[in-house]
Design a protein around this ligand. Structure first.
Ligand code: UD1
Length: 472
């Protein structure tokens, strides 16, 4: 008998007792078939289950989704007040009070790319991976402000190892390993119609990442929030890994978040005007008088199409998933990190499972609820929350689909168009097609310029040929 066995037996007894209380004891049905290694792993998984949370989720299943959304008023980023907010934001950054935070738990599956999305080649000329692009931007902002600007990156069990190797192989892109912190988000089991968890193998529970809303709990449990406080960081600049145009640091937005009368400086957001009714972005709305995002799949056709008297979409402020979040706000929400969770959204999906005979079933119809929390569900928990409207061409060109809208091709064109505008503002002649789009491809490293003004007086004599490629 190995020394580990009595310990396993004891853990098994305790786990069985707990699971019985939550009517989930079937998770141990195949115990006798497992070797000690598998038993240990299954017990690790069971002991980490947020059982009370899962029971609550199941109880809440089918509960009414709440009051009807009402239109919300945004404020413009670019206005006569921008210089004021910019100087306030710059002060915060220079004082070391701002860090960057990227949610990167997703895979490139929708792109047909088998790996972490952050490794996906994103820029128009050199095909720079998303992580490298953000790293260079952070480095650029460090140089400009003299601040340390730590970078937190949330991975998931699906891609943590691959993400870490990538950063290591690239020597942390010159940022210094001590100022880049990767941490994993949690997982959540899928539930069948009876509220029972599924097994994906006789010794393994079927789980999936708990959504970017899991970021708050993961930030707390990984010690990242404590680390932020230790470093003097008070505000988190939050963005998704899939948007190469995301401004990793935006002093104007940070200043508005921290100082605008419409903001309680807890959590603020950026929006763009929806491209059309069908665009798959969440929209900002008021629900019970509080700022919220309604996900595109949750908005009825009638609500999506509704217009005001000027012909603007009533729910036309699309979320680009960029937020400023106060560290204290994140701490307040997660004070009880083990039991805290934002509401879970449910999707009925096909989830392979082990049936009671121990046979793997690959369902051809949806059979289970996959659960995911969304970070924007923290918005209604703020006092006053600001939604700042920005120009799409400056800040939003995500890579989500293999082709068409929001694809590598459309994002590359948007990046090129932005750089063309920057060069033009610096006096360079840009060849354009009849519709105004640049007839060339341009890429400018954030190490060279973080905004148009950085190029002024530095690119005189640059000639851009029709159909040409320029990399700076
Ligand atoms: C998302 C938003 C949508 C917004 C749009 C803007 C949701 C549910 N919807 O849509 O409101 O308008 O972006 O581009 O988020 N991620 C994790 N862990 C997870 C799941 C996702 O880190 O468990 C990360 C992904 O790596 C990605 C981001 O969250 O960076 C967005 O996830 P995705 O599922 O692709 O959301 P979208 O449907 O594109």
């Amino acid at each position: 008998m190995s020394a580990a066995q009595p310990d396993l037996r004891q853990r098994h007894r305790t786990a069985l007792d707990v699971l019985r209380r939550f009517r989930q004891e079937h998770l141990l049905a195949f115990w006798e078939r497992l070797d000690d290694g598998q038993r240990g792993q299954l017990l690790d998984q069971i002991e980490a289950l947020p059982l009370q949370l899962i029971e609550r989720l199941d109880r809440e299943r089918g509960a009414p989704s709440g009051s009807a959304p009402q239109p919300l008023t945004t404020v413009l980023r670019d206005s006569a007040d921008s210089p004021h907010w910019e100087s306030l934001g710059l002060k915060l950054v220079a004082a070391g009070e701002v860090c960057c935070f990227t949610v990167a738990g997703g895979q490139g599956t929708r792109l047909g790319y088998d790996g972490p999305k952050g490794l996906f080649p994103a820029t128009p000329c050199t095909g720079k991976p998303l992580f490298q692009l953000f790293a260079e931007s952070i480095l650029g902002w460090r140089r400009r402000t003299g601040a340390s600007i730590p970078w937190f990156v949330m991975t998931s069990p699906l891609n943590h190892a691959a993400t870490e190797s990538f950063f290591r192989e690239h020597s942390w892109f010159g940022l210094g390993a001590e100022s880049v912190r990767l941490f994993m988000q949690g997982t959540i089991p899928s539930l069948d119609d009876g509220g029972k968890m599924l097994l994906s193998a006789p010794g393994e529970i079927a789980v999936n990442p708990d959504g970017h809303g899991g970021a708050l709990r993961a930030l707390a449990q990984s010690g990242a929030l404590e680390e932020m406080t230790r470093r003097g960081v008070r505000h988190i600049s939050y963005f998704q890994v899939d948007n190469p145009l995301a401004r990793v640091i935006d002093p104007v937005f940070l200043g508005m978040h921290a100082g605008h009368p419409g903001s309680s400086a807890e959590m603020s957001s950026k929006a763009v005007a929806k491209r059309n009714v069908a665009e798959r972005v969440g929209v900002f709305a008021l629900i019970d008088g509080r700022t919220a995002v309604v996900e595109y799949s949750d908005l009825s056709a009638e609500q999506s199409n509704a217009m005001d008297l000027q012909g603007h979409l009533l729910f036309g402020a699309g979320s680009i998933a960029i937020h400023a979040i106060a560290v204290d706000f994140a701490k307040k929400l997660t004070a009880e990190a083990d039991s805290f969770a934002l509401p879970f959204h449910r999707a009925y999906k096909k989830v392979p499972f082990i049936d009671e005979r121990g046979v793997l079933v690959e369902p051809n119809q949806p059979n289970a609820w996959k659960l995911e929390a969304f970070i924007f569900d923290a918005l209604p928990l703020t006092g006053r929350s600001l939604v700042v409207e920005v120009r799409r061409e400056d800040e939003f060109a995500p890579i989500k689909n293999a082709s068409g809208d929001d694809s590598p091709q459309s994002s590359g064109a948007a990046q090129s168009a932005q750089f063309a505008n920057w060069l033009e503002a610096a006096g360079v002649v840009i060849p354009r097609q009849c519709d105004g789009t640049p007839d060339c491809q341009i890429e400018i490293s954030p190490l060279r310029a973080l905004c148009a003004a950085d190029l002024r007086g530095k690119v005189s004599g640059l000639a851009v040929e029709r159909g040409g490629r320029v990399t700076l």
